[in-house]
Design a protein around this ligand. Structure first.
Ligand code: ACO
Length: 424
C-alpha cells in the first residue's frame, strides 16, 4: 500500500492510499482530523468516496458500467430483472433453483395489507405518484417491523421488492379514478406490474410481450448506479440503523428531484415544449448555453460520465425498436434525436463533456408504452429498488460502517452578546 504526503502549516503527514479492484485510487483521510485538526471540504462530494463497495463499477471516462463485474450491455440484453435483483443483493448470479425460489417468494408477497388500500383514499387525485410511493414504502415499516436476524431482513427485502410495484400501480389507478387491479401470481414480475397498471375489471387484458420485454430492459438499466444522490441518501439514513423501508423511502424522495430521477419527466415536458414552439431545437440549445435563461437541457450531462452514458446508448437503439414494435410514431423521438445531434456538435457541450444520460430516451419509451409522464420517476424507482437494497445491505454488513456525519466549516458570526427585543 502506498502513502500520500500532506504538508499543512509546515508539518508533513502521511495518508494511506487505498486501491480498488479496478485500479481506482483514494487517499484515505479517515484519520486526518485526528492527526491535523483539519477536515476536507468537497462541495457535492465530487472527490469524496463515502465507502468501499463490491456492487457496481463505473468508469465515467470510458463509459463503462458493470453490475458485480458483468457489463451492462450483456446484462440488459440477456437477464431477467429478478435475476439482476438477486445478483445485486446477494452478490452472485442465481442458480436455476435459487432463481425459482426467489421468484416464487416475490410472487407470494405482492399483495398489500388491505388496510393500506385506505391510505390511497386520503390523497387528492392530482397527487404526484412519487409522493404516494415514498410514504407508502415508509409505511410498510408499520406492518413489517424489523426483526433481529438476517432471515427477517431477507423477508423484508422480498416484501419490499414484491409490494412496491403494487403500490406504484395502485397510485396510477388512484390518479385515473379506476379500481385497483390485484396482482396475478401466474405472471412474471414485469408482466404483473403492467397488468396491474393497464387492466380494468370490465374486460380481459393480455400483457403484450413487447411491453414486458421493454420494461424488463428499462428496469435493468436503472438497477444500480453506485453512490449517486438517492443511493447515498439510503446509506446515510440507514447508517443511523433506520429500518429498510424508512431508508428506501428516503431514497425515493431523493430520486424525485429534477437533477436526479425527476429528469425523465422533465425531458418529455421539455421536448413537448419544443414541439409546441415549432420544433426549433437550435433555439433551445442556445437557451441552455445562456446562464441567465435558467434553462438546462434535461437528460443531458452527468456527474460521472464524461464520454457517454452506456445506458443512454442502449436506450437510444431500443427506442426505435420498441416504438416500431408498438407501431408508435412519436414526433418527440425525432426532436430528441435532433436535439442530441445539435448539442453534440456544439462547443459548449463538447467542452463540458455533456452527453445524453439515461433519462434522455427512457421517457420516450415509457410514453410509447402508455405510461403517463407523472409515473416516469416512479418507474425509475422500481428499477433502482434492488440497487438501493443491495447498498443498504452492504452498508449494514460492513463492520467499518459508522453513522454518517459530515462536518462543516462554519462561516457565520463569531460570538456576540444577545440583545433583548426591546433594544433591537
Ligand atoms: N444543460 C446545459 N448546461 C449544463 C447541463 C445541461 N443539462 N448540465 C451541465 N451543464 C453545464 C453547467 O452549466 C456547468 O457549466 P459552467 O462550467 O459553465 O458553469 C457545467 O456544465 C458543469 O455542470 P454542473 O452542474 O457543475 O455539473 P454537475 O456534475 O454538478 O451536475 C447534472 C450534473 C446534475 C446531471 C447536470 O448535468 C444537470 O443538471 N443535468 C440536467 C438534469 C439531468 O438530466 N439529470 C439527470 C442526471 S442522471 C440521473 O440522475 C439519473
Amino acid at each position: 500500500m502506498s502513502n500520500a504526503k500532506l504538508i499543512l502549516d509546515g508539518a508533513e503527514y502521511e495518508l494511506p492510499v487505498t486501491e480498488g479492484s479496478e485500479g481506482e485510487r483514494a487517499v484515505d483521510v479517515s484519520a486526518l482530523r485526528k492527526q491535523t485538526a483539519a477536515i476536507t471540504l468537497d462541495y457535492g462530494y465530487a472527490n469524496t468516496g463515502s465507502c468501499t463497495s463490491a456492487i457496481t463499477f463505473i468508469d465515467g471516462e470510458e463509459g463503462i458500467l458493470r453490475y458485480r463485474g458483468y457489463p451492462i450491455e450483456q446484462v440488459a440484453g440477456n437477464a431477467d430483472f429478478t435475476e439482476v435483483c438477486f445478483l445485486l443483493i446477494y452478490g452472485h448470479a442465481p442458480s436455476k433453483e435459487e432463481l425459482a425460489r426467489f421468484q416464487a417468494q416475490l410472487t407470494s408477497h405482492t399483495l398489500l395489507h388491505e388496510d393500506m388500500k385506505k391510505f390511497f383514499e386520503g390523497y387528492p387525485p392530482t397527487a404526484h405518484p412519487m409522493a404516494i410511493l415514498s410514504s407508502m414504502v415508509s409505511s410498510l415499516s408499520a406492518y413489517y417491523p424489523e426483526g433481529q436476524g438476517d432471515e427477517d431482513v431477507d423477508l423484508n427485502i422480498v416484501r419490499l421488492l414484491a409490494k412496491t410495484p403494487t403500490i406504484a400501480a395502485f397510485s396510477h389507478k388512484k390518479t385515473m379514478g379506476q379500481p385497483f387491479i390485484y396482482p396475478r401470481n401466474d405472471l412474471s414480475y414485469c408482466a404483473n406490474f403492467l397488468h396491474m397498471m393497464f387492466a380494468v375489471p370490465s374486460e380481459p387484458y393480455e400483457v403484450p410481450d413487447v411491453l414486458a420485454k421493454a420494461l424488463n430492459m428499462l428496469l435493468i438499466l436503472h438497477a444500480d448506479h453506485e453512490q449517486n444522490c438517492s443511493t447515498s441518501t439510503v446509506r446515510m439514513v440507514g447508517s443511523s440503523q433506520a429500518n429498510l423501508f424508512a431508508s428506501i423511502g428516503a431514497g425515493i424522495n431523493a430520486l424525485w428531484g429534477p437533477l436526479h430521477g425527476g429528469a425523465n419527466q422533465r425531458v418529455i415536458e421539455m421536448l413537448e415544449r419544443i414541439r409546441q414552439d415549432g420544433g426549433d431545437v437550435a433555439k433551445y440549445v442556445r437557451m441552455a448555453k445562456d446562464r441567465d435563461s435558467g434553462f438546462r437541457l434535461m437528460g443531458f450531462g452527468h456527474r460521472v460520465y464524461k464520454n457517454f452514458d452506456p445506458r443512454a446508448r442502449i436506450l437510444k437503439r431500443s427506442a426505435d425498436d420498441v416504438l416500431d414494435a408498438l407501431g408508435v410514431d412519436d414526433p418527440l423521438l425525432d426532436i430528441a434525436k435532433q436535439l442530441e445531434e445539435v448539442a453534440l456538435e456544439d462547443e459548449f457541450f463538447v467542452e463540458r463533456k455533456l452527453y445524453p444520460n439515461v433519462d434522455f430516451y427512457s421517457g420516450i419509451i415509457y410514453r410509447a408504452m402508455g405510461i403517463p409522464t407523472q409515473m416516469f420517476t416512479v418507474m425509475f424507482a422500481l428499477g433502482r429498488l434492488p440497487g438501493w437494497i443491495a447498498q443498504w445491505k452492504e452498508m449494514r454488513q460492513d463492520p467499518r460502517t459508522r453513522i454518517n456525519r459530515p462536518r462543516q466549516i462554519y462561516i457565520g458570526e463569531t460570538e456576540r452578546e444577545w440583545v433583548g427585543i426591546d433594544k433591537r
